[in-house]
Design a binder for this molecule. Structure first.
Ligand SMILES: O=C(O)CCC(=O)C(=O)O
Length: 306
């Protein structure tokens, strides 16, 4: 007998206040937004991704899955997916969850993309090993660093490989394994966004059907962390210039104040748009509080600010 989960994943629609959605995400560690995508941009993204899914390779190792197709660098392959990466309701939930922690302590002033990945779970793929996505960042376990958004590009069912998620597993001892009754299946309509924190146990489901289950994952982190995908390489500048500025910044064309990620000590968005050349006047990339401190020190020390 298959044991079913005794706990359900929270589900909301876009009319739900985003702050309440964030509260659910923090409480359960996962959340499904059932109507996250508008039909038209979703279809355009699916059409652009489709030839890449056809050409994509299945994985080689036991983790990624030998019957699962994956590809990254999705903005260079299907630029219309940028509208999903920056969908305002979803992005506001991601930002609220990352910019401050559960008790409102600031964690970053800007978020960034950690990776982009299209995932096609093919017929016959067994369930992926359950895991946490945050493992590349050796922070204390109560320090949340990542929010992942998976777009369901078709209807996700119990049978076709919908992601398996263990709600409320973020605080578990890292040696504790999930029991069958603790594992939920993220069944979802086409166009849903399934969100989970980096600390949440999850994995791709088994595909017992004859069709591929398609998903598009965007992972987001604090703007001051390293990225899993070298997005500045996988999205060449010529492609990046065609994307909305919000997405350019998410890729990495942004300074995280103070002074992280500049080109010629200037915001790299200025480099992308040709506003600086091979030399530029150094700019103080400070937060307002840091700038005030610098000015105060200069005054105290009798220095000059000109
Ligand atoms: O495809 C999925 O449903 C989840 C994939 C996943 O968790 C992973 O590859 O890390």
């Amino acid at each position: 007998m298959v044991e079913t989960a005794t706990i359900a994943l929270p589900r909301v629609r876009r009319k739900h206040p985003s702050a309440d959605a964030v509260a659910l995400l923090r409480e359960y560690g996962a959340l499904i937004i059932e109507d996250a995508a508008d039909a038209c941009p979703l279809q355009t993204a699916i059409d652009e991704l489709s030839p890449w899914f056809d050409r994509a390779f299945v994985g080689e190792g036991p983790f990624f899955g030998r019957r699962t197709k994956r590809f990254s660098g999705v903005f260079a392959k299907a630029a219309s997916t940028a509208s999903l990466a920056a969908e305002p309701y979803v992005l506001s939930i991601v930002e609220q969850a990352l910019i401050a922690d559960d008790i409102g302590e600031p964690r970053c002033e800007a978020i960034q993309l950690n990776l982009t990945q299209a995932i096609g779970i093919c017929p016959g793929q067994r369930a992926q090993v359950l895991h946490r996505d945050e493992v590349m960042f050796p922070f204390p376990h109560d320090y949340e660093v990542m929010v992942n958004v998976m777009w369901a590009l078709d209807r996700w069912t119990e049978d076709n490989g919908a992601t398996r998620i263990v709600p409320r597993s973020r605080d578990w001892p890292r040696t504790r394994l999930a029991q069958a009754h603790e594992i939920c299946t993220a069944t979802a309509p086409r166009g849903a966004a399934i969100i989970w924190l980096g600390s949440i146990i999850h994995g791709g489901g088994e595909n017992r059907t004859e069709s591929v289950r398609h998903g598009l994952a965007f992972s987001y982190t604090h703007g001051w962390l390293g990225q899993s995908e070298r997005l500045l390489l996988s999205t060449p500048p010529a492609v990046a210039r065609t994307l909305p500025e919000r997405v350019q910044r998410l890729i990495g064309y942004q300074v995280h104040r103070p002074n992280l990620g500049w080109v010629e000590e200037r915001d790299p968005i200025d480099w992308l748009h040709g506003r600086i050349g091979d030399l530029a006047a150094a700019e103080d990339n400070l937060t307002p509080a840091q700038e005030a401190l610098v000015l105060w020190r200069l005054r105290e020390e009798g220095g000059e600010y000109a």
